[in-house]
Design a protein around this ligand. Structure first.
Ligand SMILES: [Zn+2]
Length: 297
């Protein structure tokens, strides 16, 4: 059954042949099970946070897998929290370099799920979706926030987007829990992408997510961590992210020698233009953009 597959510019062929996914399917089910266990542990109050290593299969759609993803554990986690644990407001923060096209489709009309997705400009990377104008539809309009970052966007760009977009919207939405997904592929030396995040940028993301969770949802967070196509970088970036999330005071260094290092974020000015476009598009839906004074350029 391949009639639902659209063969576009960025069509992912990695789940071929159809209906023969073999052990991948078993692994995909285990990842769903990990997410479910994480939700139960956090909702029972046993832990504030749960980390699912190998999770974040954000390209999988409701009816088909793609982009190395068979079942979407990000979408599962949000649905499970809404339906089984009876939550009313769930926030998903996707920091993977690729747009979470599967997750986006699941909740495009769902106002109970705030989906904020930071990813490389879709004109330059698979899956080619997630433009700033795509903000949800119907009752879900305003609850999808796509942040298409220009190639080479690094520490300063991510920091700026957290301060100006992610955190103000989250404070206004007041989620009961935050689900974050994404691994090391925004790193400057990743083999598949063209972003510019250094290892300390992953620590910053973890730290800001931890502080945000403490502020809005009593620290509750499910972290689905995977991706990364440079094996030398991956353990450093994941560790830095987890250290930030957990509040561990360790200094994770950049693996040496880094091939692409930026003294300054070369995409910062372009990122501020994306930020301005987002604020303009989202202003009707979020009070923070009607009164908020942006940090100076
Ligand atoms: Zn990715």
């Amino acid at each position: 059954m391949i009639d639902h597959v659209k063969f576009g510019l960025y069509q992912s062929m990695d789940n071929m042949p159809f209906e023969q996914p073999g052990r991948l399917e078993e692994a995909a089910r285990l990842i769903i099970g990990q997410a479910k266990t994480g939700c139960d542990l956090v909702q029972k109050g046993e832990y504030k946070k749960a980390v699912s290593i190998g999770g974040g299969m954000h390209h999988a759609k409701a009816t088909s897998g793609e982009g190395f993803c068979l079942y979407n554990d990000v979408a599962f986690t949000a649905r499970y929290l809404l339906e089984t644990h009876k939550l009313e407001r769930v926030m998903i923060l996707d920091t993977d370099a690729h747009a979470g096209n599967g997750t986006c489709e699941y909740f495009y009309e769902e106002p109970r799920v705030l989906f904020i997705d930071l990813h490389q400009d879709p004109r330059t990377l698979y899956p080619g979706t997630g433009f700033a104008k795509d903000i949800g539809s119907g009752k879900g309009r305003g609850y999808t926030v796509n942040v298409p970052l220009p190639p080479n966007a690094g520490y300063d760009s991510y920091h700026r987007i957290f301060c100006e977009i992610v955190e103000p919207i989250a404070r206004e939405f007041q989620p009961q829990i935050i689900i974050r997904n994404g691994g090391s592929d925004p790193h400057a030396d990743d083999g598949l992408t063209d972003l510019g995040l250094p290892v300390r940028g992953f620590h910053m993301i973890g730290e800001r997510v931890r502080n945000l969770c403490d502020e809005v949802c009593e620290g509750r967070e499910i972290d689905l961590i995977a991706s990364g196509y440079n094996k030398r970088v991956l353990p450093y970036a994941w560790l830095a992210l987890l250290a930030g999330l957990a509040g561990w005071h360790i200094d994770v260094l950049e693996p040496q020698p880094a091939t692409r290092k930026f003294a300054r974020d070369p995409a910062y000015t372009e990122t501020k233009m994306v930020e301005a476009e987002l604020k303009s598009n989202l202003k009707p839906f979020w009070k923070c953009f009607q009164t908020h004074t942006p940090a100076p350029f």
